[in-house]
Design a protein around this ligand. Structure first.
Ligand code: COA
Length: 176
């Protein structure tokens, strides 16, 4: 397992609210990741394609927090609330087996949406993938998910049909 790339850590001030830190997700984040996933609304889970039926077991959360940073990336957005670090967003990509592209996923806690955090996270994810010479990034999105469709459009992704699922659109960004 590769070392956790802590040099990617940075902080910024969102449109409203406390300073946000972006940093790699780590195995020690199991508790804050559990609280984050459990706190997501049914709508946000469905939009992230997590499905309402996903059982938030400890093993599931441990899998999410153990990232192979040689191939993959997972950025946590955190804020300090009443002295506790709280997870409010996760952006991740996983490199395809043939190394030709990576698939991204992004979710921001309901109470923190529309403050520029998702955009900032996806921009950072793109910059990291580009710096690592990943040729392309894509994401499978519900065609009805207006928020993410607008966001990826602003960041230069092109929307294509999903090869198999009619309710999904595939957003693709050439990183070359
Ligand atoms: C989609 C999501 C990640 C966006 O994160 P966010 O922090 O709320 O987005 P931002 O505040 O950075 O928005 C950036 C831009 O995206 C667009 N956008 C984001 N959410 C939107 C919404 N609900 N309706 C319309 N436009 C939206 C806007 O253009 C926005 O810019 P603006 O606020 O200046 O108009 C967040 O809403 C979320 O977690 N949704 C549920 C999970 C999901 O859909 N994930 C995507 C599939 S992997």
């Amino acid at each position: 397992m590769a070392a956790i790339p802590l040099e990617l850590t940075e902080s910024f001030q969102p449109v409203i609210g406390a300073a946000v830190t972006l940093r790699p997700l780590q195995p020690g984040d199991v508790d804050i990741e559990t609280a984050f996933v459990e706190g997501l609304s049914a709508e946000t889970r469905a939009s992230r394609l997590l499905g309402g039926a996903v059982k938030v077991t400890r093993a599931y959360i441990e899998r999410l927090t153990r990232v192979d940073y040689t191939r993959d990336m997972a950025l946590a957005a955190t804020v300090m609330l009443e002295g506790h670090e709280t997870l409010i967003g996760v952006a991740r990509y996983a490199l395809d087996a043939d190394d030709a592209a990576c698939e991204f996923a992004l979710v921001v806690a309901d109470a923190w949406q529309r403050r520029g955090i998702g955009r900032r996270m996806l921009e950072k994810l793109i910059a990291i993938a580009r710096a690592r010479r990943v040729p392309a990034m894509y994401g499978d999105l519900l065609a009805a998910n207006r928020g993410i469709i607008l966001l990826v459009g602003r960041l230069g992704f092109k929307l294509t049909r999903h090869p198999a699922e009619p309710q999904l659109s595939r957003a693709v960004l050439d990183l070359a």
